[in-house]
Design a protein around this ligand. Structure first.
Ligand SMILES: [Zn+2]
Length: 69
């Protein structure tokens, strides 16, 4: 799997904001099964999905969601 570089993540986030859906919960949505976590404090750096068991870095997960979106 190819990991996006930080600059790419930032530009994707900006693009998402420009498209008007700034409420898309990209960092809380599982990039594997689409389940959305109700709470994910900013200090939590890893997303662990309780639906499918995916464990991933939250920024990486968010980047994957924005790429697909
Ligand atoms: Zn999942």
């Amino acid at each position: 799997m190819v990991l996006p570089v930080p600059g790419r993540i930032e530009s994707l986030a900006e693009r998402a904001a420009r498209r008007g859906d700034r409420w898309f919960p990209s960092s809380k949505t599982c990039s594997s099964c689409g389940a959305v976590k109700a709470k994910l404090p900013l200090r939590v750096r890893r997303l662990v999905c309780q639906q499918c068991g995916l464990s991933t870095d939250r920024d990486e997960n968010a980047a994957i969601n924005l790429l697909r979106w």
